[in-house]
Ligand binder design. Structure first.
Ligand code: SAM
Ligand code: SF4
Ligand code: SF4
Length: 361
């Protein structure tokens, strides 16, 4: 049996002080603000840049069900992390809509409040293939914001990227269902890989211009160790902006908050907004306030980490909430990760990195 979930104000004062994200920044002075949770390491796509078939084939060993954190365990850690400074939670994976009854977890997390009484901002990233069926249920469970990944408008290009033959219309139906259910904003994530889909930048921008959907173009990253990434396959964000600007003039927009991953641009004629995520060419580690929780309960201080801190063991051996919170605060205090900045300075990793589908994108 797990011990009862502690509310921020139930934590004795000295502990509250020592576990508060506000009071315990990491070693580079960054507060804890965001939590990304991978709810499953499985996916029905095999995107070439994320889960290439040659690695994630039929012999690949995914986490067995007994090894996954239960929704109650995820909610318990989330509640404690919210008491320590987390304001935003993103559910991801793998494909989060493959996790059975994911709406139950959405419902649990949507009820969390920060210590000053604000609702926690819960969102989810999905490949969209199951969204047409699930959008209404997720909305009814309390989810209000959603990001759908879509790398192309051309079926042949899209199928080449997802490598399982899913067509664009399935994802478009998901986006339509999300808009119809009332999601706002609906964002689209597009990973741009040179030689595969840079021809899709303009069609995607044109398609979603003058709609409520915000497209964010993402530089192809060297996450994991299976996608054979090289720098030459990256289309720099500046080039993506230039390409769109040449046809549909853009101007920069102030970030919503410090540490926002996407830089924002709006069409000068009022046709809406796009974003670019320049994780390779303009690393944003200095403002990175994210902690990641893997499907099997390991906490990772960076997307490019090689090792995680095992919370599942603590959760399952009767550790109290105060001890769990203290362990997580100590982990955050020690954090000095800034992989992308170091990569930019020419310091490549030597160890094997964790795959994105496991740690959560
Ligand atoms: N399956 C869901 C999806 O695709 O939206 C959620 C998980 S996926 C790992 C989260 C995001 O990471 C997606 O938008 C995906 O395009 C992005 N992503 C995956 N591999 C990437 C890579 N190598 N470089 C940049 N973005 C990547
Ligand atoms: Fe699956 Fe998302 Fe990775 Fe594509 S990017 S393989 S949809 S987890
Ligand atoms: Fe954050 Fe690590 Fe990405 Fe830098 S490389 S922005 S520290 S997740």
């Amino acid at each position: 049996m797990s011990s009862p979930i502690v509310q921020p104000n139930d934590v004795p004062h000295p502990v509250r002080q020592s576990v508060s994200g506000d009071m315990v920044p990491d070693r580079l002075g960054r507060p804890l603000r965001d939590l990304r949770i991978s709810v499953t390491d499985r996916c029905n796509f095999r995107c070439v840049y994320c889960m290439p078939k040659q690695v994630f084939g039929k012999d690949f060993r995914f986490i067995p069900h007994s090894g996954m954190l239960s929704f109650e365990e995820v909610a318990r850690l989330s509640r404690l992390l919210v008491s320590m400074g987390v304001e935003k939670i993103r559910l991801t994976g793998g494909e989060p809509l493959l996790r059975r009854h994911i709406e139950r977890l959405v419902g649990m997390l949507s009820q969390l409040e920060t210590p000053d009484g604000c609702p926690v901002d819960v969102t989810l990233t999905t490949n969209g293939s199951l969204l047409a069926k699930k959008a209404r249920t997720l909305f009814d469970a309390g989810l209000r914001r959603i990001t759908v990944s879509l790398d192309a408008l051309d079926d042949a290009v899209f199928m080449k990227m997802n490598d399982v033959g899913v067509g664009v219309s399935d994802v478009m139906n998901g986006i339509e269902a999300a808009l119809a259910a009332g999601f706002s904003p609906v964002k689209v994530n597009t990973v741009v890989k040179k030689g595969m889909n840079e021809s899709e930048i303009l069609p995607l921008a044109r398609h979603f211009r003058n709609t409520p959907v915000i497209v964010r173009f993402i530089e192809y990253m060297d996450v994991g160790s299976s996608n054979d990434w090289t720098n030459r396959q990256v289309v720099p964000a500046a080039r993506i902006v230039q390409t769109i600007h040449a046809e549909m003039p853009l101007e920069p927009v102030e970030p919503h908050y410090r540490g926002e991953t996407a830089s924002r641009w709006r069409y000068r004629d009022g046709g809406g907004e796009i974003g670019v995520i320049a994780s390779v060419t303009q690393a944003f580690c200095r403002d990175c306030t994210r902690l990641r929780l893997s499907t099997d309960g390991k906490l990772y201080k960076c997307l490019f980490a090689t090792e995680g801190f095992d919370m599942r063991q603590l959760l399952r051996n009767g550790t109290s909430d105060i001890e769990l919170a203290a362990a997580m605060a100590a982990l955050w205090r020690q954090r000095d990760n800034r992989y992308s900045e170091l990569r930019g300075q020419g310091l490549p990793p030597t160890e094997r990195k964790i795959e994105m589908s496991y740690i959560g994108g």
